[in-house]
Design a protein around this ligand. Structure first.
Ligand SMILES: Cc1cc2nc3c(=O)[nH]c(=O)nc-3n(C[C@H](O)[C@H](O)[C@H](O)COP(=O)(O)OP(=O)(O)OC[C@H]3O[C@@H](n4cnc5c(N)ncnc54)[C@H](O)[C@@H]3O)c2cc1C
Length: 391
Protein backbone atom coordinates (compact mmCIF):
# COMPACT_ATOMS: atom_id res chain seq x y z
CA UNK A 1 0.00 0.00 0.00
CA UNK A 2 1.41 3.38 0.90
CA UNK A 3 4.97 2.75 2.13
CA UNK A 4 6.14 4.67 -0.95
CA UNK A 5 4.67 7.91 0.47
CA UNK A 6 7.20 7.69 3.28
CA UNK A 7 10.02 8.27 0.82
CA UNK A 8 11.91 5.15 1.69
CA UNK A 9 15.56 5.12 0.68
CA UNK A 10 16.54 3.10 -2.41
CA UNK A 11 17.94 0.38 -0.14
CA UNK A 12 14.77 0.20 1.93
CA UNK A 13 12.62 0.06 -1.18
CA UNK A 14 14.76 -2.72 -2.63
CA UNK A 15 14.56 -4.69 0.61
CA UNK A 16 10.77 -4.39 0.84
CA UNK A 17 10.43 -5.25 -2.87
CA UNK A 18 12.55 -8.40 -2.56
CA UNK A 19 10.65 -9.66 0.47
CA UNK A 20 7.28 -8.79 -1.08
CA UNK A 21 8.12 -10.76 -4.20
CA UNK A 22 9.23 -13.80 -2.23
CA UNK A 23 6.16 -13.66 0.02
CA UNK A 24 3.73 -13.32 -2.88
CA UNK A 25 5.42 -15.87 -5.15
CA UNK A 26 6.08 -18.58 -2.60
CA UNK A 27 4.68 -17.99 0.89
CA UNK A 28 1.11 -17.22 -0.15
CA UNK A 29 0.54 -20.67 -1.65
CA UNK A 30 2.23 -22.47 1.21
CA UNK A 31 0.43 -20.59 4.00
CA UNK A 32 -2.45 -23.03 4.44
CA UNK A 33 -0.20 -25.99 5.24
CA UNK A 34 1.18 -24.30 8.39
CA UNK A 35 -2.24 -24.18 10.05
CA UNK A 36 -1.64 -27.58 11.69
CA UNK A 37 1.55 -26.55 13.47
CA UNK A 38 3.98 -27.59 10.72
CA UNK A 39 7.01 -25.34 11.19
CA UNK A 40 7.65 -23.12 8.13
CA UNK A 41 11.24 -24.33 7.59
CA UNK A 42 10.93 -24.02 3.84
CA UNK A 43 10.06 -20.32 4.12
CA UNK A 44 12.80 -19.67 6.66
CA UNK A 45 15.34 -21.20 4.28
CA UNK A 46 14.07 -18.87 1.56
CA UNK A 47 14.39 -15.91 3.93
CA UNK A 48 17.94 -17.01 4.83
CA UNK A 49 18.61 -17.08 1.08
CA UNK A 50 17.85 -13.37 0.76
CA UNK A 51 19.86 -12.57 3.90
CA UNK A 52 17.11 -11.39 6.22
CA UNK A 53 17.53 -13.91 9.04
CA UNK A 54 20.48 -11.96 10.38
CA UNK A 55 18.98 -8.54 9.83
CA UNK A 56 19.10 -7.55 13.51
CA UNK A 57 22.62 -8.95 14.03
CA UNK A 58 25.77 -6.78 13.76
CA UNK A 59 27.86 -7.17 10.60
CA UNK A 60 30.93 -8.61 12.38
CA UNK A 61 28.82 -11.68 13.22
CA UNK A 62 27.47 -12.12 9.71
CA UNK A 63 24.31 -10.01 9.96
CA UNK A 64 23.20 -6.84 8.23
CA UNK A 65 22.51 -4.82 11.40
CA UNK A 66 19.34 -3.23 10.11
CA UNK A 67 17.47 -0.79 12.31
CA UNK A 68 14.16 -1.65 13.97
CA UNK A 69 12.30 0.23 11.22
CA UNK A 70 13.65 -1.91 8.36
CA UNK A 71 13.10 -5.06 10.39
CA UNK A 72 9.48 -4.01 10.95
CA UNK A 73 9.01 -3.39 7.21
CA UNK A 74 10.20 -6.91 6.44
CA UNK A 75 7.94 -8.54 9.04
CA UNK A 76 4.99 -6.54 7.72
CA UNK A 77 5.52 -7.88 4.19
CA UNK A 78 5.73 -11.48 5.36
CA UNK A 79 2.70 -11.16 7.66
CA UNK A 80 0.55 -9.92 4.77
CA UNK A 81 0.47 -13.45 3.41
CA UNK A 82 1.61 -15.89 6.13
CA UNK A 83 1.21 -15.38 9.87
CA UNK A 84 3.17 -18.50 11.02
CA UNK A 85 6.13 -17.47 8.86
CA UNK A 86 6.08 -13.94 10.26
CA UNK A 87 6.10 -15.39 13.79
CA UNK A 88 8.99 -17.70 12.89
CA UNK A 89 10.86 -14.70 11.48
CA UNK A 90 10.09 -12.70 14.62
CA UNK A 91 11.93 -15.43 16.53
CA UNK A 92 14.98 -14.83 14.34
CA UNK A 93 15.07 -11.07 14.86
CA UNK A 94 13.33 -10.64 18.20
CA UNK A 95 14.28 -10.08 21.82
CA UNK A 96 16.30 -13.29 22.23
CA UNK A 97 18.71 -12.40 19.43
CA UNK A 98 19.01 -8.82 20.69
CA UNK A 99 19.81 -9.99 24.22
CA UNK A 100 22.67 -12.11 22.87
CA UNK A 101 24.00 -9.51 20.42
CA UNK A 102 23.85 -6.72 23.04
CA UNK A 103 24.72 -8.31 26.37
CA UNK A 104 26.38 -11.73 25.83
CA UNK A 105 30.14 -12.26 26.16
CA UNK A 106 32.14 -11.98 22.93
CA UNK A 107 32.88 -15.72 22.65
CA UNK A 108 29.14 -16.51 22.84
CA UNK A 109 28.31 -13.95 20.17
CA UNK A 110 30.96 -15.41 17.85
CA UNK A 111 29.74 -18.94 18.46
CA UNK A 112 25.99 -18.43 18.08
CA UNK A 113 25.16 -15.37 15.99
CA UNK A 114 26.69 -16.45 12.64
CA UNK A 115 24.68 -19.68 12.89
CA UNK A 116 21.48 -17.68 13.44
CA UNK A 117 22.22 -15.63 10.31
CA UNK A 118 22.65 -18.75 8.17
CA UNK A 119 19.60 -20.47 9.65
CA UNK A 120 21.77 -23.20 11.27
CA UNK A 121 20.81 -22.35 14.85
CA UNK A 122 17.65 -21.05 16.37
CA UNK A 123 17.01 -19.22 19.63
CA UNK A 124 13.85 -19.27 21.73
CA UNK A 125 12.83 -16.87 24.47
CA UNK A 126 11.54 -18.20 27.81
CA UNK A 127 9.79 -15.63 29.97
CA UNK A 128 6.26 -16.84 30.72
CA UNK A 129 5.69 -19.22 33.62
CA UNK A 130 2.57 -21.28 34.33
CA UNK A 131 1.45 -19.03 37.20
CA UNK A 132 2.88 -15.72 35.92
CA UNK A 133 3.15 -14.15 32.48
CA UNK A 134 2.62 -10.42 32.89
CA UNK A 135 3.34 -10.82 36.62
CA UNK A 136 7.11 -10.63 36.17
CA UNK A 137 8.02 -9.93 39.84
CA UNK A 138 6.61 -13.35 40.70
CA UNK A 139 8.67 -15.40 38.25
CA UNK A 140 9.97 -18.49 40.02
CA UNK A 141 12.54 -20.05 37.69
CA UNK A 142 15.82 -19.70 39.55
CA UNK A 143 19.49 -20.03 38.67
CA UNK A 144 21.91 -20.91 41.44
CA UNK A 145 25.50 -19.79 40.89
CA UNK A 146 28.09 -22.41 41.96
CA UNK A 147 31.66 -21.38 41.17
CA UNK A 148 32.23 -21.90 37.46
CA UNK A 149 28.79 -23.50 36.98
CA UNK A 150 25.17 -22.35 37.20
CA UNK A 151 22.11 -24.51 37.80
CA UNK A 152 18.71 -23.59 36.31
CA UNK A 153 15.51 -24.91 37.87
CA UNK A 154 11.83 -24.30 37.15
CA UNK A 155 9.11 -24.28 34.49
CA UNK A 156 8.42 -21.95 31.54
CA UNK A 157 5.33 -22.19 29.36
CA UNK A 158 3.66 -21.00 26.13
CA UNK A 159 7.11 -21.02 24.53
CA UNK A 160 7.36 -20.61 20.76
CA UNK A 161 9.69 -22.86 18.72
CA UNK A 162 10.37 -25.11 21.72
CA UNK A 163 10.72 -28.14 19.44
CA UNK A 164 12.92 -26.35 16.93
CA UNK A 165 15.31 -24.10 18.85
CA UNK A 166 18.80 -25.14 19.87
CA UNK A 167 19.29 -22.38 22.45
CA UNK A 168 16.90 -20.96 25.05
CA UNK A 169 17.29 -17.46 26.48
CA UNK A 170 15.72 -17.91 29.91
CA UNK A 171 14.58 -15.01 32.10
CA UNK A 172 15.54 -16.28 35.54
CA UNK A 173 15.83 -15.24 39.14
CA UNK A 174 19.47 -15.31 40.19
CA UNK A 175 20.38 -16.98 43.48
CA UNK A 176 16.80 -16.60 44.73
CA UNK A 177 16.96 -12.78 44.82
CA UNK A 178 13.32 -11.65 45.13
CA UNK A 179 11.35 -9.18 43.01
CA UNK A 180 11.91 -7.74 39.57
CA UNK A 181 15.49 -6.75 40.41
CA UNK A 182 16.35 -10.35 41.11
CA UNK A 183 15.74 -11.34 37.51
CA UNK A 184 18.57 -11.85 35.05
CA UNK A 185 18.98 -14.12 32.11
CA UNK A 186 20.74 -17.38 31.32
CA UNK A 187 21.36 -19.33 28.12
CA UNK A 188 20.49 -23.05 28.08
CA UNK A 189 21.16 -25.51 25.26
CA UNK A 190 18.38 -28.03 24.60
CA UNK A 191 20.86 -30.92 24.97
CA UNK A 192 21.62 -29.97 28.57
CA UNK A 193 20.66 -32.86 30.89
CA UNK A 194 17.43 -31.91 32.70
CA UNK A 195 15.95 -29.95 29.76
CA UNK A 196 12.53 -31.37 28.91
CA UNK A 197 9.54 -30.32 26.81
CA UNK A 198 6.66 -31.40 29.03
CA UNK A 199 3.47 -30.15 27.31
CA UNK A 200 2.46 -28.88 23.90
CA UNK A 201 -0.35 -26.53 22.86
CA UNK A 202 -1.68 -25.97 19.36
CA UNK A 203 -2.83 -22.37 18.81
CA UNK A 204 -5.62 -20.83 16.76
CA UNK A 205 -2.92 -19.01 14.74
CA UNK A 206 -1.48 -22.34 13.60
CA UNK A 207 1.81 -22.43 15.52
CA UNK A 208 2.62 -24.71 18.45
CA UNK A 209 3.66 -23.55 21.91
CA UNK A 210 5.15 -25.66 24.67
CA UNK A 211 5.92 -25.99 28.34
CA UNK A 212 9.57 -26.58 29.23
CA UNK A 213 11.00 -27.90 32.46
CA UNK A 214 14.52 -27.06 33.53
CA UNK A 215 15.29 -29.85 35.98
CA UNK A 216 18.56 -28.63 37.52
CA UNK A 217 20.10 -27.85 34.14
CA UNK A 218 23.80 -27.22 34.77
CA UNK A 219 25.47 -24.74 32.42
CA UNK A 220 28.86 -22.93 32.40
CA UNK A 221 28.83 -19.72 34.45
CA UNK A 222 29.49 -17.71 31.23
CA UNK A 223 25.95 -18.63 30.16
CA UNK A 224 24.58 -16.33 32.85
CA UNK A 225 24.29 -13.33 30.54
CA UNK A 226 22.72 -10.94 33.03
CA UNK A 227 22.65 -11.23 36.81
CA UNK A 228 20.62 -9.44 39.51
CA UNK A 229 19.72 -5.92 38.39
CA UNK A 230 19.79 -6.98 34.73
CA UNK A 231 16.05 -6.75 34.25
CA UNK A 232 16.15 -3.12 33.09
CA UNK A 233 18.51 -4.16 30.29
CA UNK A 234 16.22 -7.03 29.36
CA UNK A 235 13.30 -4.64 29.26
CA UNK A 236 15.17 -2.29 26.90
CA UNK A 237 15.76 -5.18 24.52
CA UNK A 238 12.14 -6.23 24.98
CA UNK A 239 10.93 -2.78 23.85
CA UNK A 240 11.97 -3.80 20.35
CA UNK A 241 9.28 -6.47 20.53
CA UNK A 242 6.74 -3.70 21.13
CA UNK A 243 7.48 -2.49 17.60
CA UNK A 244 8.04 -5.82 15.87
CA UNK A 245 4.94 -7.56 17.22
CA UNK A 246 2.61 -4.82 15.85
CA UNK A 247 4.45 -4.80 12.53
CA UNK A 248 3.03 -8.31 12.13
CA UNK A 249 -0.42 -7.01 13.09
CA UNK A 250 -0.11 -4.21 10.54
CA UNK A 251 0.82 -6.71 7.81
CA UNK A 252 -2.11 -8.98 8.73
CA UNK A 253 -4.53 -6.03 8.55
CA UNK A 254 -3.17 -4.97 5.17
CA UNK A 255 -3.27 -8.53 3.82
CA UNK A 256 -6.88 -8.94 4.98
CA UNK A 257 -7.84 -5.56 3.54
CA UNK A 258 -6.43 -6.52 0.14
CA UNK A 259 -8.32 -9.82 0.26
CA UNK A 260 -11.50 -7.90 1.10
CA UNK A 261 -11.09 -5.50 -1.83
CA UNK A 262 -10.51 -8.39 -4.24
CA UNK A 263 -13.50 -10.30 -2.94
CA UNK A 264 -16.06 -7.49 -3.01
CA UNK A 265 -15.05 -6.54 -6.55
CA UNK A 266 -15.35 -10.13 -7.80
CA UNK A 267 -18.41 -11.40 -5.95
CA UNK A 268 -21.78 -10.51 -7.43
CA UNK A 269 -25.01 -10.50 -5.41
CA UNK A 270 -28.44 -9.05 -6.23
CA UNK A 271 -27.14 -8.51 -9.75
CA UNK A 272 -24.09 -6.40 -8.98
CA UNK A 273 -20.71 -6.57 -7.18
CA UNK A 274 -20.74 -6.54 -3.37
CA UNK A 275 -18.55 -3.43 -3.67
CA UNK A 276 -21.51 -1.50 -5.09
CA UNK A 277 -23.16 -1.31 -1.66
CA UNK A 278 -22.40 1.95 0.07
CA UNK A 279 -22.28 0.13 3.41
CA UNK A 280 -19.43 -2.02 2.09
CA UNK A 281 -17.53 0.99 0.73
CA UNK A 282 -17.81 2.66 4.13
CA UNK A 283 -16.32 -0.43 5.73
CA UNK A 284 -13.42 -0.33 3.27
CA UNK A 285 -12.84 3.37 3.94
CA UNK A 286 -12.79 2.81 7.69
CA UNK A 287 -10.45 -0.17 7.38
CA UNK A 288 -8.05 1.83 5.25
CA UNK A 289 -8.20 4.84 7.61
CA UNK A 290 -7.38 2.62 10.59
CA UNK A 291 -4.52 0.85 8.82
CA UNK A 292 -2.93 4.16 7.84
CA UNK A 293 -3.36 5.60 11.36
CA UNK A 294 -1.69 2.48 12.74
CA UNK A 295 1.10 2.68 10.21
CA UNK A 296 1.87 6.28 11.23
CA UNK A 297 2.02 5.43 14.93
CA UNK A 298 4.10 2.33 14.35
CA UNK A 299 6.65 3.80 11.96
CA UNK A 300 7.05 6.83 14.23
CA UNK A 301 7.78 4.52 17.17
CA UNK A 302 10.23 2.43 15.12
CA UNK A 303 12.14 5.54 14.11
CA UNK A 304 12.82 6.45 17.76
CA UNK A 305 15.05 3.37 18.10
CA UNK A 306 18.67 3.97 19.07
CA UNK A 307 19.21 1.06 19.20
CA UNK A 308 16.02 0.30 21.18
CA UNK A 309 12.75 2.20 20.64
CA UNK A 310 11.28 4.71 23.04
CA UNK A 311 9.12 2.56 25.37
CA UNK A 312 6.23 5.04 25.57
CA UNK A 313 5.95 5.58 21.80
CA UNK A 314 6.29 1.85 21.20
CA UNK A 315 3.61 1.01 23.78
CA UNK A 316 1.15 3.48 22.23
CA UNK A 317 1.77 2.12 18.75
CA UNK A 318 1.45 -1.46 19.89
CA UNK A 319 -1.82 -0.86 21.77
CA UNK A 320 -3.41 0.76 18.75
CA UNK A 321 -2.09 -1.43 15.95
CA UNK A 322 -2.84 -4.76 17.66
CA UNK A 323 -6.47 -3.78 18.31
CA UNK A 324 -6.81 -2.19 14.89
CA UNK A 325 -5.69 -5.45 13.23
CA UNK A 326 -8.31 -7.47 15.10
CA UNK A 327 -11.03 -5.02 13.95
CA UNK A 328 -9.82 -4.80 10.36
CA UNK A 329 -9.29 -8.54 9.82
CA UNK A 330 -12.72 -9.17 11.34
CA UNK A 331 -14.39 -6.67 8.99
CA UNK A 332 -12.45 -8.12 6.05
CA UNK A 333 -13.78 -11.55 6.96
CA UNK A 334 -17.30 -10.16 7.31
CA UNK A 335 -17.44 -8.84 3.75
CA UNK A 336 -16.51 -12.33 2.50
CA UNK A 337 -19.77 -13.69 3.94
CA UNK A 338 -19.66 -17.35 5.01
CA UNK A 339 -16.72 -18.21 2.76
CA UNK A 340 -14.56 -15.94 4.90
CA UNK A 341 -15.01 -18.31 7.82
CA UNK A 342 -13.61 -21.31 5.92
CA UNK A 343 -9.96 -22.35 5.82
CA UNK A 344 -10.07 -22.00 2.05
CA UNK A 345 -9.93 -18.23 2.11
CA UNK A 346 -6.74 -16.50 3.34
CA UNK A 347 -8.76 -13.96 5.31
CA UNK A 348 -9.67 -16.51 8.01
CA UNK A 349 -5.96 -17.25 8.64
CA UNK A 350 -5.12 -13.55 8.79
CA UNK A 351 -7.97 -12.99 11.27
CA UNK A 352 -6.79 -15.81 13.53
CA UNK A 353 -3.22 -14.55 13.44
CA UNK A 354 -4.29 -11.03 14.33
CA UNK A 355 -5.80 -12.27 17.59
CA UNK A 356 -2.30 -12.96 18.92
CA UNK A 357 -1.09 -9.35 18.82
CA UNK A 358 -2.71 -8.05 22.01
CA UNK A 359 -1.41 -11.02 24.04
CA UNK A 360 2.31 -11.25 23.29
CA UNK A 361 5.19 -8.80 23.37
CA UNK A 362 3.55 -6.82 26.19
CA UNK A 363 -0.18 -7.46 26.72
CA UNK A 364 -2.48 -4.55 25.89
CA UNK A 365 -3.76 -4.11 29.43
CA UNK A 366 -0.24 -3.91 30.85
CA UNK A 367 0.78 -1.34 28.26
CA UNK A 368 -2.34 0.75 28.81
CA UNK A 369 -1.55 0.77 32.50
CA UNK A 370 2.04 1.91 31.86
CA UNK A 371 1.00 4.58 29.39
CA UNK A 372 -1.75 5.84 31.70
CA UNK A 373 0.70 6.14 34.59
CA UNK A 374 3.16 8.08 32.46
CA UNK A 375 0.46 10.45 31.19
CA UNK A 376 -0.57 11.22 34.76
CA UNK A 377 2.98 11.76 35.94
CA UNK A 378 3.99 13.87 32.91
CA UNK A 379 0.98 16.17 33.10
CA UNK A 380 2.06 19.73 33.81
CA UNK A 381 -0.79 21.91 35.15
CA UNK A 382 1.11 25.12 34.29
CA UNK A 383 2.56 24.26 30.90
CA UNK A 384 -0.55 22.76 29.41
CA UNK A 385 -1.27 19.26 28.27
CA UNK A 386 1.66 16.99 27.50
CA UNK A 387 0.49 16.11 23.99
CA UNK A 388 1.26 19.66 22.93
CA UNK A 389 4.86 19.34 24.08
CA UNK A 390 5.69 17.34 20.98
CA UNK A 391 5.47 20.57 18.90
C1 LIG B 1 1.27 -17.16 20.01
C2 LIG B 1 1.96 -16.93 21.32
C3 LIG B 1 3.35 -17.05 21.38
C4 LIG B 1 4.00 -16.89 22.60
N1 LIG B 1 5.36 -17.08 22.66
C5 LIG B 1 6.01 -16.93 23.84
C6 LIG B 1 7.43 -17.17 23.91
O1 LIG B 1 8.09 -17.51 22.94
N2 LIG B 1 8.02 -17.00 25.11
C7 LIG B 1 7.34 -16.62 26.25
O2 LIG B 1 7.97 -16.47 27.28
N3 LIG B 1 5.99 -16.44 26.21
C8 LIG B 1 5.31 -16.57 25.03
N4 LIG B 1 3.94 -16.39 24.97
C9 LIG B 1 3.22 -16.08 26.20
C10 LIG B 1 2.83 -14.61 26.32
O3 LIG B 1 3.99 -13.82 26.42
C11 LIG B 1 1.93 -14.49 27.56
O4 LIG B 1 0.73 -15.15 27.25
C12 LIG B 1 1.66 -13.04 27.93
O5 LIG B 1 2.82 -12.45 28.47
C13 LIG B 1 0.53 -12.91 28.95
O6 LIG B 1 0.81 -13.68 30.09
P1 LIG B 1 -0.29 -14.72 30.63
O7 LIG B 1 -0.78 -15.51 29.48
O8 LIG B 1 0.30 -15.46 31.78
O9 LIG B 1 -1.46 -13.79 31.13
P2 LIG B 1 -1.67 -13.23 32.62
O10 LIG B 1 -0.41 -12.58 33.07
O11 LIG B 1 -2.25 -14.30 33.46
O12 LIG B 1 -2.76 -12.11 32.36
C14 LIG B 1 -4.19 -12.38 32.27
C15 LIG B 1 -4.88 -11.13 31.81
O13 LIG B 1 -4.69 -10.06 32.75
C16 LIG B 1 -4.31 -8.90 32.05
N5 LIG B 1 -3.54 -7.95 32.88
C17 LIG B 1 -2.25 -7.99 33.23
N6 LIG B 1 -1.91 -6.89 33.94
C18 LIG B 1 -3.03 -6.12 34.03
C19 LIG B 1 -3.34 -4.86 34.61
N7 LIG B 1 -2.41 -4.14 35.24
N8 LIG B 1 -4.61 -4.39 34.49
C20 LIG B 1 -5.56 -5.10 33.85
N9 LIG B 1 -5.33 -6.29 33.28
C21 LIG B 1 -4.09 -6.80 33.36
C22 LIG B 1 -3.46 -9.46 30.90
O14 LIG B 1 -3.26 -8.51 29.87
C23 LIG B 1 -4.34 -10.62 30.48
O15 LIG B 1 -5.38 -10.13 29.67
C24 LIG B 1 3.27 -16.55 23.77
C25 LIG B 1 1.88 -16.39 23.69
C26 LIG B 1 1.22 -16.59 22.50
C27 LIG B 1 -0.26 -16.46 22.44
Amino acid sequence: MSTSRLQLSDEQRALVGTVRELARDKFRDRAKKYLDGTYPWENLRDLAGIGVLGMSIPEEYGGSNLAVFETALVLEEVAKVCYPTSMALLGEVGVQVRVISTYAPESMKRDILPKVCSGDAMLAICMTEPHAGTDVPNYRVNTTLKGDRAVVKGVKTLISRADEAEWFVVFSRIDGTPGRDGIGCVLVNRNTPGFEVTARYHTMGGENLAEIQFNDCEVPIENVILRQGGFKKLLSAFNTQRCLNPSISLGLAEGAFEEAIKYVRDRSIFGHPVADFQGIRWKLAEMYRDIEAGRSLLYRACLTANPFPDPHEAAIAKMYVNEMAIRVTSEALQVHGGYGFTDDYPVSRLYRGARYGTLGGGATETLKDLVGKKLLSDFDPVDGFLGMKTF
